[in-house]
Design a protein around this ligand. Structure first.
Ligand code: ADP
Ligand code: MG
Length: 326
């Protein structure tokens, strides 16, 4: 099972403000590892973490998609579940990676998934596909439906439900059928408009909520005119979840107060629960994995369950960054 999950790091270039302030680069990038120096204790040894891949500051999202996402998306088209997950501090490039920078030449992973899925579906000959999209936001531990077109009910909190054989889902979420990439883009941008955004001192464009855009692909064989008993029930369902998390930084650093502070602690609740889940999975000996502690970890339970093995050290990095940032 371990090969079912890949953990990679993408390092963004220094931004204008960092360059102006002549910030020091403390990350050394190698093909499969990064070494992080402690700027306030330069004599201490660098911490090294290993990954399935490490992408440097000039790598294009195309390369990351082809190397890391292509085969996963292929398998969701074939009927499996897949998740692409962005984690990191505000301003580190999660949205840039997942949604691009608005420039068509530099589109994000979500857009590339749409293109890939519909290109493959359009060439399928013996099967027909039904594609459905949904988009949810976890904000202050409430689940909101970003694709609910009814303004009066958009703000209601949706409940999670555990469905045997399917896993944890949000059954009351609206789902919309889509037949091409444009329709997907339209739903994604409608959802983004609805997404709660609030500026923080660290990055004023950054979102304060976690989002999961899901595309479900139901596949059924074309029936011949004389249908046999065997080919009637041949529906397969694959699900691709595209996750963009709120920033993982400490609230004191962002100057949060009042509502923002409440917001930050709830955001951190999901993130600290994620940290606890990763730590008990990495530990391997822990009997209890606290998936149930937050909405995020419940929704991602299926995916997180795969984190048990492989490069323990790369999960250590996630755990380390979660611990360091909180
Ligand atoms: P996050 O979603 O993690 O808070 P963003 O994706 O909004 O961060 O990125 C913060 C800023 O850095 C944006 O202006 C974005 O365009 C820029 N940026 C992030 N990653 C890269 C990258 N790999 N190359 C160039 N610019 C990047
Ligand atoms: Mg973001």
């Amino acid at each position: 099972m371990s090969e079912n999950i890949k953990v990679v790091v993408r390092c963004r270039p220094m931004n204008q403000s960092e360059n102006e302030k002549k910030r020091e680069n403390i990350v050394e990038i190698n093909e499969y590892s990064v070494s992080v120096a402690n700027p306030s204790a330069s004599l201490t040894q660098k911490k090294m973490f290993t990954f399935d891949s490490v992408y440097n500051t000039i790598t294009k999202t195309d390369v990351i998609y082809n190397e890391m996402c292509y085969s996963l998306v292929e398998s969701t088209i074939e009927g499996y579940n897949g998740t692409i997950f962005a984690y990191g501090q505000t301003g580190c490039g999660k949205t840039h990676t997942m949604q691009g920078d608005g420039n068509l030449n530099n589109s994000g992973i979500i857009h590339k998934c749409f293109d890939h899925i519909f290109e493959t579906i359009s060439m399928a000959t013996n099967v027909r596909y039904l594609a459905l999209v949904s988009y949810l936001e976890i904000y202050n531990e409430s689940i909101r439906d970003l694709l609910n077109t009814n303004e009066n009910t958009r703000m209601i909190n949706h409940s999670l439900k555990e469905i045997p054989g399917i896993g944890v889902s949000v059954p009351t979420l609206t789902t919309h059928p889509v037949i091409n990439t444009n329709q997907c883009y339209n739903w994604l941008s409608l959802g983004n408009k609805n997404r709660v955004t609030a500026a923080t001192l660290m990055n004023e464009k950054s979102s304060r909520s976690h989002t999961i855009f899901t595309i479900t692909l139901e596949q059924s064989p074309f029936f011949s005119s004389v249908a046999s008993e065997n080919n009637l029930g041949g529906i397969r369902r694959g699900k691709l979840s595209l996750v963009d998390l709120a920033g993982s930084e400490r609230q004191s650093k962002t100057g949060a107060q009042g509502e923002r502070l409440k917001e930050a602690s709830k955001i951190n609740l999901s993130l600290s629960a994620l940290g606890n889940v990763i730590s008990s999975l990495v530990d391997g000996k822990a009997k209890h994995v606290p998936f149930r502690d937050s909405k995020l970890t419940r929704l991602l339970q299926f995916f997180l369950g795969f984190l048990r093995r492989k490069h323990k050290n790369s999960y250590d990095f996630l755990y380390f960054t979660i611990r360091v940032r909180l």
